[in-house]
Design a protein around this ligand. Structure first.
Ligand code: IMP
Length: 502
């Protein structure tokens, strides 16, 4: 006979936090949002941690390279979508990993006999106005000089003339040698008042470039998430079908974290793919699994599939219709608390801590805060990031307002049958919809509001770390009436209730 859980399936909006004692040192500047993404034991530091507890969903309309770059610069991590050809996904990963390393391989190079017209065309193509000149126009050719926007006047000079006549020749260029530290390179830039420092090898061939703007960029983004080689960290989604080809290609491109992108991760498919990945690549790579909604699913992925972190949530996503279509899922708050309880039990048994990610259905900052208070180590969001300027979709004007398309991976538009193991069924039914979301600003802008609110709540809860936050958290269930009371009450809202004159 079927087992029936009589406890009602709950969502985040049914809970509120009760403040704990706030001491004088509980101030937002003292709060750290650092959180583990790889499994760890109390004796050892995790192999990888995030600097903010936010990751973007592995979805076509959310996570491309621009999102990955922007999010890693703020301290989080994007999971570049896997519902695309392997080479294309690997190229996106590689774009993030080469984005900024301090020492950047030059991607805009000229030969001395190229014309100024060629230089202008190259600048348009790459967007870079600093162009090294090498003997054969390759990125590691013999370095002859450098051409920038300042070296010629587009509307005055003869654009058919060779760049040789306009470039700053090597003898007048300040450059560094391979082996120089980033700190020394920045000192040279500062001392010589330069914007860009070419780095040459012992044969005078170009190795890389160091930019002044990258130094400032780094200073403005103190939470930037970097790997050991000072490259931005990125994640990528993988499926349980073509992993034997996809995983090596992504690792080759430099990916740091993989996550199985599946609507239901409690499966032998996921176990086989995860074990294969671990056997082949060991601890070199962080591997996440999911999605699950209870302790059984958690145990299976951790004990049988040797997963690093477990993702929780079925049917809560903003574009998701899985619960309606197939009758599977669980209220996100109930799913999360069940998995967190099992995680804590597993930790007390083994001393191994498995980070838990709450995925989907976070409709506002309050729900994000409640999810973290309930013990999620980080949260994955689709809609939240789809609304930013960095999501990979075009802006669309509807009724005078700007929107972006946002569609589920289980929709006909995405046709990601691998996520739903639907190969045999084909796309006979959808598990996601095609939608629009309003544009709200850049990743930096939205995260700045969310993190400010989160830090403020953490101080209310007498906590300086996310661990203290969930350890200290006391939550109360609320009635529908208290939910109404939580909004404005008994006043006319200037925004909502009083018609404005137009
Ligand atoms: P959101 O943050 O509420 O928009 O939810 C995003 C999450 O929904 C993703 O991370 C996936 O776990 C899930 N998801 C993505 N596409 C679909 C779909 O088509 N159907 C059901 N769930 C989806």
């Amino acid at each position: 006979m079927a087992k029936i859980i009589n406890e009602v399936s709950r969502t985040f909006s049914e809970y509120l936090l009760l403040p704990r004692l706030t001491k004088t040192f509980h101030t937002p500047t003292n709060v750290s949002l650092k959180t583990p993404i790889a499994k760890n034991s109390s004796e050892k530091e995790p192999r990888l941690s995030l600097n903010i507890p936010f990751v973007s969903a592995s979805m076509q309309s959310v996570s491309g390279s621009e999102m990955a770059i922007s999010l890693a610069r703020r301290g989080g991590c994007a999971f570049i979508f896997c519902s695309q050809p392997i080479e294309q996904q690997a190229a996106m990963v590689s774009r993030v990993k080469t984005h900024k390393a301090g020492f950047v391989p030059s991607d805009s190079n000229l030969r001395p006999d190229n014309t100024l017209n060629d230089a202008i065309a190259l600048r348009k193509k790459t967007g870079h106005s600093t162009m090294p000149v090498t003997h054969d126009g390759s990125k590691n050719g013999q370095f002859l000089g450098i051409l920038t926007d300042k070296d010629f006047w587009e509307y005055e000079d003869d654009l058919e003339a060779p760049v040789l006549e306009f470039m700053t020749k090597k003898e007048n260029v300040v450059y560094g040698s391979v082996g120089i530290s980033l700190h020394e390179a920045n000192k040279l830039l500062r001392k010589n008042k330069k914007e860009c420092l070419p780095i040459l090898d012992k044969n005078d061939c170009l190795h890389s470039l160091v930019f002044k703007k990258d130094y400032f960029d780094h200073m403005n983004n103190p939470d930037e998430l970097l790997d050991r080689k000072k490259r931005l960290v990125t994640g990528a989604g993988v499926n349980t079908h073509d992993y034997e080809d996809r995983v090596p290609a992504l690792i080759n491109a430099g990916v740091d974290v993989l996550c199985f992108d599946s609507s239901d991760g409690y499966s032998e498919f996921q176990k086989n793919a995860a074990i294969w990945t671990r056997k082949k690549f060991g601890d070199q790579i962080v591997v996440g699994g999911g999605n699950v909604v209870d302790g059984d699913g958690f145990r299976y992925l951790v004990e049988e599939a040797d997963i690093d972190f477990v993702k929780v949530g079925i049917g809560g996503g903003s574009i998701c219709i899985t619960r309606e279509q197939k009758g599977i899922g669980r209220g996100q708050a109930s799913a999360l608390t069940a998995v967190v309880a099992e995680r804590n039990k597993y930790f007390s048994e083994t001393g191994i801590y498995i980070p838990v990610c709450s995925d989907g259905g976070l409709a506002n900052d309050t729900q994000i805060i409640i999810a973290l208070a309930m013990g999620a180590d980080f949260v994955m969001m689709g809609r939240y990031f789809a609304m930013t300027t960095e999501s990979p979709t075009p802006r669309v004007s509807i009724g005078g307002r700007m929107y972006k398309p946002y569609w589920g991976e289980g929709s006909n538009r995405a046709r990601n049958w691998q996520r739903y193991n639907n190969e045999e069924a084909g796309m006979k039914f959808e598990e996601g919809i095609d939608a629009y979301v309003p544009i709200v600003g850049s990743v930096r802008e939205v995260l700045s509001v969310t993190t400010t609110k989160l830090k403020s709540t953490m101080c209310n809860m007498g906590s300086l770390t996310l661990k203290e936050f969930s350890d200290n958290a006391v939550l109360t269930r609320i009635s529908e009436q208290s939910f109404v009371e939580g909004g404005t009450s008994n006043v006319l809202s200037v925004d909502k209730d009083i018609p404005r004159e137009v």
